[in-house]
Structures are given as C-alpha cells and as structure tokens.
Design a protein around this ligand. Structure first.
Ligand SMILES: *[C@@H]1O[C@H](CO)[C@@H](O)[C@H](O)[C@H]1NC(C)=O
Ligand SMILES: *[C@@H]1O[C@H](CO)[C@@H](O)[C@H](O)[C@H]1NC(C)=O
Ligand SMILES: *[C@@H]1O[C@H](CO)[C@@H](O)[C@H](O)[C@H]1NC(C)=O
Length: 668
C-alpha cells in the first residue's frame, strides 16, 4: 500500500465560499430597529410547535426516563414519586427558557459591543443558506469550534441576524457562578449541565432524554462543543464523545430518518483571552469567573481585536456516515426505552465521526497572516536571534510560508492586492503587545522589566511566548502530517521508504493525544504527507526510496522545526519521569514545571513553550496510553523499564539543544 501515492485525493478541499461582513450593515443602520425586527425563522417541517413547559412534561413522561426512575427507586428504596420529583428538579436546573425579549436585548447590546471590539464579523452566507435548508429537512446539530467564551453568543447573534432558528446550547455549569449572566444566557437558549455527574444514573437519563426530545421534535437546533471545553492553546482538542453519542442515538434507533451535523469554524484574529490562557497554562491561578469581573473589563473594550471569520461547513448526514458502518438492526433486539451501553462497534463509529468533524472544523478555520508571522517569530526566538530579524528578511520568510501553506491547502486570508510589506506591518501593529520593532528589526517583546528573580523573568517571557504559540497553533493542522514525515526523514538512518514509514508511524502514534489524527489512518496520513511534499518539489519518491531535492531542504528544515518544540517537550517529560519515584496526579504538573524551569534556566532546554501544562498533560496521557506509565489508584506510577525505552527512541530525534539522554538511560 505504500507504493502508490494517489494524486488528487489530497488536493485542497473543494472551493470555499466567500464572506460577508455582518457588522457593515450594523454600522449604517439603527441597532434598535435591528433588535426589534420581525423574526420568523424557518422551522423543521415535521415540527408540532410546543411550549417549554410541554417539553419538560414530555421528558418527565418518557418511557426511557420512566424506566430509569423505577430502577433508581428500587435501588435507593424511594417511592417513584420522590424520584420523579428529583428528576423534575434536575430538569429545572438544566433547562433553557428561551425568551424573545432577552434575545432582542442581546441583539442590541452585542451589536454595540461587537462594533467596538471588532473591525468585522465575516460569515459565509452560502453556508447559512445550506443550514436553513438543513433545518427545514432534518433535526440539526451545530458543532462550533471553541476558543472563546464569546463563541456561543456569537453563534446565536449570527443566526438571529439571518433569521434562522436559535439553537439550544449545552453549556457547562461555570456560568452558574454568574447569577445574572447565567439566567440571561438561559433565556437566550442555553441549558446547563454539570461538569461531571459520574455515575449519577438519574442525571444522565434526564439529560440525555431532554436533548433527544428537543432534537427529535425539531424544537430547535441543538448546539454543543465537540471539544468539550475551550481550547487554551488554539489547537483543536481531541473530541469528547458523550453528547455526540446522545444526538446520534435517535437516528441509530430509527426514530428519525436522518440528522444533520454542521461543523462551524470560528477564527479570531485576536482572542480576548490571549494572555489569560497563557497564564492558565503556566499555572498562575485564573481569576474567579464572576459577573463583576466581566463588566470590569473596560480595558478590553478600548482595544482593537481585528476581525472574526465564521464558516458554516457542509452539513454532514449521520445517515451517510453510518452507511456500511453500522448495522442498525442490532437495536431492534432490545426495547428502545431500556438504556444500554453502546457496543464497541457504535463507540468506534461515533469516535471516527467525531474526529472527522473536528478535522472539518480545522480545515475551514480562516488563518490570518499573523498566524504565519508567529511561526517565524517563534523559530527566530528559539534560535536565540537576539538582534531580531530585519523587516525585509522577515517579510520574505512570511511570503515563503504563505506560499507553502497555500500549497498545503490552508484557508489563508492574505489580502493579495496589498504589498506583502504592508500586510506584515499591519499584522504586527495589531499584535503590538507581543512584538517589538526597533531600527527596522522585529522580534518578540520579551523584556517586560520589573522581574526580580530569573524565574520570574522566565515566566514573564513565557506569557508572551505562549500567547504567540496560541496563534502559531492555529496553522499546525496544515503542517502536521508533512512535519511528521520531515522529522522521520531527518532521523532515519537510510532513504528507505519502509524505514521512514516506520519512523512516521512511531511519531504519529506518540503525538496522537497532541494533534487531531484520525484513528487508524496512518497509511493515509503518510500518503498525504508524501503527496504534498512531492507536489511542492521537496521530495522525490520512487518504489523504494525517499530523496530530498535541492530546493527541498528549506521546506524540510522548516517542517522539522514545527515538530521540534513538541519533541523536546515529550523528551523532557520522559526524562523527568525517569528521575522521579511515584507521584500523585495532582503533583505531576507542579513537579514537572519546576523541573523544566530548572533546565530552562541552565540553558539545557531551548523551547520555553514546553512550560505549557497542556503539552505536559498530553505527554503523560500518551505515555499512559503506550503503557510506559501505569496509573495506580491516585498515583502516576511508572514501570521504569519502559519509560527509558520510549525515551531512548524519542531522544534519537535531535531538537535544537538536545539534552544528554543516553547517559540517563544507561544509568538505569
Ligand atoms: C454603509 O455605508 C458605507 C459608507 O458610509 C457604504 O459604502 C456601504 O455601502 C454601506 N453599506 C450598507 C450595507 O448599506
Ligand atoms: C445485522 O444484524 C442482524 C442481527 O444482529 C443480522 O441478522 C443481519 O444479518 C445483519 N446484517 C448485516 C448486513 O450484517
Ligand atoms: C478514539 O480514537 C482515539 C484515536 O485513535 C483513541 O485513542 C481513543 O481511545 C478512541 N476512543 C474510544 C472511546 O474508542
């Protein structure tokens, strides 16, 4: 299978739609009139309209919930009335109460806020037309990417603007701390779920029944975040399957003909939470999410956050996903109202679908020029370029990267009618908190002053670097497969294709908690990487061998440097684990952070971004998955013999300043 590199399969996804700026009209006409406009969204054709209270009755009277209520009452020795009362209370705590007046209030206020913060909010109108059609035909699930608190307000705002049905939104309980805000969100369509409800059968039953009934009746589109939580790093998170399982269930059980899943990609030119996320990743405790804190954010309102792009992707039919994958007759054997654990077959189907949907989100993320500039700035910083880069050299590198990313199918929003030097300087000026330009040279603004200890200074620098990393990360999905290939080529002892494939496969496996790499697609990913590098003339590949061309060196050097910080991060986590005895999961992050700080200060580690707790957690999860580390009740135990073995393989990959690993391995 490795011998034929099929051609067009990996070419740029089909042509993407154009964008319209919805703020433009808001700047010309009355916000009040907009907030009071006639709002008559298209509804699902099978809908029998009902009130919120009727919806709750349907949930409480459903067979499914009835079954669980009987079960729980037997287990706990309570009467069914008491358990039903509990269920009603859970539903009360959870349910949304959409009110048009609140929606209108939000439409008015958000117009004012958005116009202050953003230059434009661009949406693809064709995507919204497809969505409207989908809502008419089938129950719809909206799946936006999640990078900011604003995401779901923004979604509802756009749907209101285009006269589309407002979604009901699964929100985490974090908002419940903000009483007023929480209630307002509820009245604009949010319903609240507890962060963890572990084995609470009743809670789970009420929750899943509530979601399914809203969906089946076409009451409103259901919206939730596949990634489960906001990504602090701007990399997509591996999908959580719970809610996707629930929304696919009515189809799998034959209760609806089909369900449309609509991935939505929201990209911010500048995120409001930029520095907040960096601090969170560095372990500086985050401020409590209180209402007053939200309104105190006056400083935020006085800044320029550039533009937002929201891309509504092609609706994905669950029916076609399931075709030839799932045998639905298995569900006929058990009465529908008895809750059952999904079979392995179903779980892996839902898992595959979830990965495909997250990749669809990634592919339609609009990348701003700044994202590419972040690559260049970080690479220069890691190479200890103290003087900074001359602006024209910097621009040349940015343009080179622009062309490369386009060849790889990136959805780049680079205004071609403007000279590159202007594009670069306007991007730099929007992010002037992170970069410094002096005497025609540009570099990251790392010297913040006021630091007392070297450690404090390091952490100050880390805030800037992790902020910058959160932009670079937006384009990682474009480069990740070629980067894995480049690193595999870099360390292989020969040009043999099979050997390079083995290296690729090792790295891909190692990093599958870090990047969105679809389950079981190693060969396909390898082929895609080969195809892209051959297409751009960096490699020549024949039956047996992989050869780097003359012009390929620059590309390969760039690509290996993409993966380097991650390699160094995983190496250092391994190294740390080799030196540690058992420690609890709680101790892991603080201890590994201390270890990394020590080595950064002595200059043995070059990439400050390895301080990111996200990377450390992913590395640990990978080592647990690979069986190098074992979890013992509450402890992270490790089988010493195996950590060094992974570690040894990893240390074969030279990063900028490799740590002397071999001696440790020999020592053990
Ligand atoms: C809004 O006003 C600007 C100039 O003030 C004009 O160019 C633009 O076409 C107007 N847009 C709309 C949607 O009316
Ligand atoms: C689907 O499953 C049912 C029962 O489990 C079985 O009888 C049937 O042959 C299966 N159909 C296919 C196409 O595998
Ligand atoms: C989903 O796929 C990923 C990647 O292959 C795997 O690590 C994970 O265990 C799978 N999850 C389930 C529930 O099957």
């Amino acid at each position: 299978t490795l011998n034929k590199i099929s051609s067009s399969k990996f070419d740029t996804p089909s042509k993407r739609d154009d964008f319209e700026d919805i703020l433009e009209e808001r700047r010309n006409s009355s916000d009040l009139r907009y907030a009071l406009k006639c709002y008559t969204p298209v509804l699902y054709k099978g809908l029998t309209p009902c009130k919120v209270s009727e919806l709750k009755q349907m949930v409480l009277q459903s067979d499914q919930l009835g079954y669980v209520i009987t079960q729980v009452s037997k287990e706990k020795g309570m009467t069914t009335d008491e358990v039903t009362g509990d269920a009603a209370a859970i539903l009360e705590e959870m349910a949304q109460r959409l009110q048009l007046s609140t929606v209108r209030f939000f439409a008015f206020t958000l117009s004012k806020v958005f116009k202050t913060l953003f230059r434009s909010i661009c949406v693809n109108e064709e995507g919204l037309q497809r969505l409207q059609q989908a809502i008419h035909n089938h129950p719809v699930v909206l799946l936006p990417s999640h990078r900011s608190y604003m995401d779901f307000l923004l979604m509802s705002y756009i749907l209101y603007t285009y006269d589309l049905a407002l979604p009901v939104i699964a929100a985490g309980m974090d908002f419940m701390g903000m009483k007023v805000v929480g209630e307002m969100l509820r009245m604009s369509g949010a319903f609240f779920i507890r962060r963890s409800f572990g084995g609470d059968k009743l809670y789970w039953a009420v929750f899943s029944e509530y979601v399914k009934i809203m969906l089946k009746n076409g009451y409103a589109p259901v919206e939730f975040f596949l990634e489960g939580t906001r990504s602090r790093t701007a990399k997509s998170l591996t999908p959580k399957l719970g809610l996707l399982n629930i929304v696919m269930d009515p189809f799998l059980k034959g209760e609806v003909f089909d369900i449309s899943l609509v991935p939505v990609s929201i990209s911010y030119e500048r995120t409001l939470e930029e520095a907040l996320y960096a601090r969170e990743l560095l372990g500086v405790p985050k401020p409590k999410e209180s209402t007053s804190g939200l309104f105190k954010a006056r400083k935020i309102l006085s800044e320029d956050y550039g533009s937002i792009h929201v891309y509504f992707g092609q609706p994905v039919s669950v029916r076609s996903l399931a075709e030839s994958r799932v045998n639905r007759s298995q569900f006929n054997l058990i009465p529908r109202h008895i809750p059952t654990r999904p079979s392995e077959e179903i779980l892996s189907f839902v898992n595959d679908s979830a990965y495909r949907l997250v990749r669809a989100q990634e592919e339609n993320m609009v990348l701003k020029p700044w994202v590419l500039l972040a690559f260049v700035l970080l690479q220069k910083q890691a190479a200890e370029d103290k003087q900074g880069t001359a602006l024209d050299e910097f621009t040349e590198q940015a343009v080179w990267l622009r062309d490369l990313s386009r060849h790889y199918g990136a959805f780049l929003h680079w205004p071609d009618h403007i000279p590159p030097s202007e594009v670069v300087s306007s991007s730099l000026s929007l992010h002037r908190g992170l970069v410094r330009i002096s005497e025609g040279r540009v570099q990251l603004a790392l010297e913040q002053g006021f630091a007392i200890t070297p450690e404090e200074e390091l952490l100050n620098q880390a805030v800037v670097i992790l902020s910058c990393v959160s932009y670079r990360n937006q384009a990682l999905n474009v480069f990740i497969r070629p980067a894995l290939l480049a690193s595999a080529i870099h360390t292989a002892a020969s040009n043999r294709k099979q050997e390079i494939y083995n290296g690729f496969s090792f790295l891909r496996n190692m990093f599958s908690n870090e990047f969105i790499l679809c389950p079981g697609a190693t060969v396909q990913d390898f082929e895609e990487a080969c195809y892209l590098l051959v297409k751009t003339g960096a490699l020549q590949i024949n039956q047996q061998e992989v050869l780097i061309t003359e012009r390929g060196h620059r590309t390969l050097a760039f690509l290996t440097s993409v993966l380097d910080p991650f390699l160094q991060g995983y190496q250092v986590v391994c190294r740390f684990l080799c030196e540690e005895d058992c420690l609890t999961e709680k101790q892991f992050i603080p201890a590994v952070r201390k270890f990394i700080i020590k080595h950064l200060l002595t200059g043995r580690l070059r990439y400050i971004e390895v301080l990111s707790s996200d990377l450390q957690k992913n590395a640990l999860a990978a080592l647990i998955r690979l069986g190098a580390v074992q979890k013992i009740k509450g402890y992270v135990g490790f089988t010493h013999l195996r950590v060094p073995c992974w570690f040894d393989r990893l240390s074969g990959y030279p990063t900028l300043t490799p740590m002397p690993f071999k001696s440790v391995v020999a020592h053990l």
